[in-house]
Design a binder for this molecule. Structure first.
Ligand code: CA
Length: 238
C-alpha cells in the first residue's frame, strides 16, 4: 500500500529529520514549505496520515485540524509542546487522534506512526486497499463501500455517483467545472457524455433530498457545480 504522510512542521530541521527517518520505513512524506497553502497541499497530496505541529506561521495547528476535519477523517497526529496538557487537550478537541510531545524521540514517533497505520488501515492494508471515507459535517462518503451516510441512515450509491460526490466533497465550497466532473466520470467501458453528468447530478440530489438536504449541490450555470457545506450546517437548525 502507498503510505502518504503530510508533515506540517515549520522547524525545517525537525521536519527533514522526521521525513528522512520515516522514508526508511517506506512512508512517502511531504513537507509543507508554503504555509499559506496548507489546505491546497492537503487536497493535492491526499495523505493517509497528517503530522501537525501547533505553533505555525499564518494559521495554528488547531485551526488547520478543524479545516482538515471538514473534509476528511484522515488520522491526525499532533506535535505538542512538552508538558503542556492544555495543548494536548485542545489538539484532541479540535479533531486530532493522538499527540506526541516535543522534543520527541524519533523512534517513538515512528512507532506511533506505525501503530496508527496498523489501527486505521491494518485490515485494508493487507488487501492492498484502504477504507477511504470523506466526512463533511454529518455526511460520510464511504468510497469503497459505495455508500453515503447521514447520521444513522445509509443510502447506497452507484459507481458514477461515488465518483461525482468524491470530487465535489474534495472541492467542497468551490465550483467544480463540468469538464472536471466529466473527467472524474470518464470510464474505459461505459460511454460518458454531458447527459450522463446531468442525470447523475439529478440522482445524487434526489438521494440527498430524502434527508431534506436540498440545495447542497448548487448549479453554476454554464460553469459547473458547487457542493455548499454551509447549507448542511443550516439544516441542523430545522
Ligand atoms: Ca512550530
Amino acid at each position: 500500500m502507498d503510505k502518504r504522510i503530510l508533515l506540517i512542521e515549520d522547524e525545517r530541521k525537525i521536519a527533514e529529520l522526521v521525513r528522512d527517518y520515516l522514508e526508511q520505513y517506506g512512508y512517502r512524506v511531504k513537507i509543507i514549505e508554503d504555509f499559506t497553502r496548507v489546505m491546497e497541499e492537503f487536497t493535492a497530496w491526499q495523505p493517509h496520515l497528517v503530522i501537525l505541529d501547533i505553533h505555525l506561521p499564518y494559521q495554528d495547528g488547531y485551526y488547520l485540524c478543524r479545516r482538515i476535519r471538514q473534509l476528511s477523517a484522515v488520522p491526525i497526529l499532533f506535535l505538542s509542546a512538552r508538558k503542556s496538557e492544555m495543548e494536548q487537550i485542545m489538539g484532541i478537541e479540535s479533531g486530532g487522534d493522538d499527540y506526541i510531545t516535543k522534543p520527541f524521540d524519533i523512534e517513538v514517533l515512528a512507532a506511533k506512526v506505525k501503530a496508527i497505520f496498523r489501527r486505521v488501515y491494518g485490515e485494508y492494508a493487507k488487501k492492498g486497499k484502504m477504507d477511504h471515507t470523506i466526512v463533511i459535517g454529518d455526511l460520510v462518503l464511504q468510497i469503497d463501500q459505495m455508500a453515503l451516510l447521514f447520521r444513522d441512515t445509509k443510502q447506497s450509491l452507484t459507481k458514477n455517483e461515488v465518483k461525482l460526490l468524491h470530487l465535489l466533497f474534495e472541492q467542497a465550497g468551490r465550483v467544480v467545472t463540468r469538464e472536471d466532473c466529466l473527467e472524474a466520470l470518464w470510464d474505459e467501458i461505459d460511454f460518458v457524455d454531458d447527459n450522463t453528468l446531468t442525470v447523475n447530478i439529478a440522482r445524487v440530489r434526489k438521494k440527498l433530498s430524502q434527508w431534506n438536504l436540498d440545495d447542497l449541490i448548487e448549479t453554476k450555470r454554464g460553469v459547473g457545480y458547487r457542493f455548499n457545506p454551509s447549507r448542511l450546517r443550516g439544516e441542523k437548525g430545522k
